[in-house]
Write a protein of this length. Sequence first.
Length: 290
Amino acid sequence: MSTNISSNKKYLRYLICKKDINMLTIFQQIDIIIPMIEQNLQQLGLSPKEIAVYLTVLKNGKISPAHVARITKINRTTVYSLAKELISRGIITEDLGSSTQHLVALPPRDLIQLARAEERELEKKKQTIQSAVVELEKLTQSVKYSIPKITFIGEEDIDRFLRRRTPIWNESAIRNKSPYFWGFQDPTLLNYYEDWIHWYWTQPSSAGMGGKLITHQSEFEDEVSRKNYPRRSIKYWAAATDFSATTWVMGDFIVMVMTAQHPHYLVEIHDAVLAKNMRATFKGIWESIR
């Protein structure tokens, strides 16, 4: 890609000279503009070589594949293959009226077609998945699925796991007629997962839930408390400093989240008896704090 950036810079400098534009100002922007364009095109799904071919055709307007190969230093056979792919995507075309093959640039606005094509493909995938789910559910109607007793989640997946499991924890807590988060909250959790906490207290499945958590004073807790989540109750407990990880009990689930050091991790335990005993323990501590 560095060769392509260099050729694009030369072309921009040529345009600058023709237009008699302030050279210094534009030169300072070249190193920013070209990589930015290439990054945007990569996000649209174009490979580095496709980008090199596309930009070369675009800045020349009309050019032969052989000339593109010379400019980009890409093998001519590969250029033909890349051009065919770009034509199929609808962002360049071929001049069929010439005696020799020439590639022709289409207006940059036509790149919108790439996004529209992706939207159509995504919609097809959604419909396929929905159809598959219906059929698979028919196939497994008589099957009872067991939930793993213990689940370990690494740092990179904690936020996603919290959001995915929240409705299940809430439903279990409400079913057990104890619609609360009981437990201890390590203040460092608020520092790393404040977005999830805000999401939790504002999303529909948490409407019937409350939180009764013990912790120790910290700037993180002070900041979250100012956001006024009315169903979230906190009590400060001097002995809470002995806890080293957030521990919640919700229904038949116990969740422990270690955020005091990296790597963070989460452990979910699904056990009704253990959860009942842990809930009684945290209720006792809660009621003992004045």
